[in-house]
Design a protein. Structure first.
Length: 284
């Protein structure tokens, strides 16, 4: 993912400065409402860090018992997240990415890690692209009979450099609800300042928060912070969601960063989540 990430950063530098000082007009309430719907909550499941101290490590709720498989579209330089799930929790991990030949991982974990050289997208007819729903059906459907995944919840960890905006609309809600936990890195969030793209993103986020609580947001410091109309929005954010049936007492998160947060890029300062994303903002 290194080359793709660097190309994305170059494109960002051409775009982000163009928003500075602009006003949003009638679109400002819409953006504020969108952000309010994503404010994270604390639950009875404390957050733990899986996958290392830097990029590739994520905070997820300590609610892994009964999860039998993790699906990880997008393969980075390491597979520490998936390796830890396999080693510590005996969770089978399915990885997919057509941009790499094969990920490197501990050979001892080979029975638990399954890799396909394909992209996850919404054009299932392309030879190197498969839909998320088709992938899950192949590995966890009634005919797969692999470790009885069909009887247990799943986990999704997705970092596909902007492809999430194609994958999520094409994924049925019934498929998303098979996941107990979603960990998704959202890219190009500077485009939320554009009314047309914001409408598309709002539909995606509404689809998620209908069945899931956001439980953690961490801005990725490989991106930047975009500002317009008095609103600060990190361009890339890691978001963790927990299915609502697993939560009985949601309470707003009032401060950031979380003690377990770490900068993705160790050579630059971390980005602190703007106050508007926290419960302290009072809906403003």
């Amino acid at each position: 993912m290194g080359l793709r990430r660097e190309l994305r950063r170059r494109r960002q530098r051409k775009v982000l400065s163009s928003w500075a000082g602009q006003t949003l007009g009638s679109g400002e309430p819409d953006l504020r409402n969108l952000i309010a719907g994503l404010r994270p909550v604390n639950t009875e499941h404390p957050l733990i860090r899986i996958g290392g101290k830097r990029d590739g490590g994520y905070l997820i709720p300590d609610d892994l018992e009964g999860i039998s498989a993790c699906f990880s579209p997008g393969v980075g330089a390491t597979t520490r997240f998936e390796e830890e799930l396999a080693r510590r929790y005996r969770i089978s991990c399915y990885l997919a990415d057509a941009s790499v030949t094969a990920p490197s991982f501990d050979p001892a974990l080979a029975p638990w890690l399954d890799f396909e050289r394909k992209f996850i997208g919404n054009r299932g007819a392309a030879p190197d692209v498969m839909r998320l729903n088709d992938w899950i059906t192949a590995k966890c459907g009634p005919m797969a009979n692999r470790r009885d995944h069909g009887r247990h919840d799943l986990l999704l960890q997705m970092d596909i450099e902007g492809g999430e905006y194609d994958v999520l609309p094409a994924t049925p809600g019934s498929t998303l609800r098979r996941f107990r936990i979603l960990v998704i890195e959202f890219h190009d969030l500077h485009r939320l300042f554009d009314a047309g793209w914001r409408y598309h993103a709002q539909r995606i986020f509404n689809k998620i928060i209908q069945d899931f609580y956001c439980v953690h947001i961490h801005p990725c410091n490989f991106g930047s912070v975009v500002s317009a109309g008095g609103i600060d929005c990190p361009d890339v954010m890691e978001m963790t969601f927990l299915r609502k049936d697993r939560v009985q007492r949601p309470e707003p998160v009032l401060s950031a960063p979380h003690p377990l947060d770490r900068a993705c890029n160790p050579w630059g300062p971390d980005i602190v989540l703007p106050d508007l994303f926290l419960g302290t903002s009072g809906g403003r």
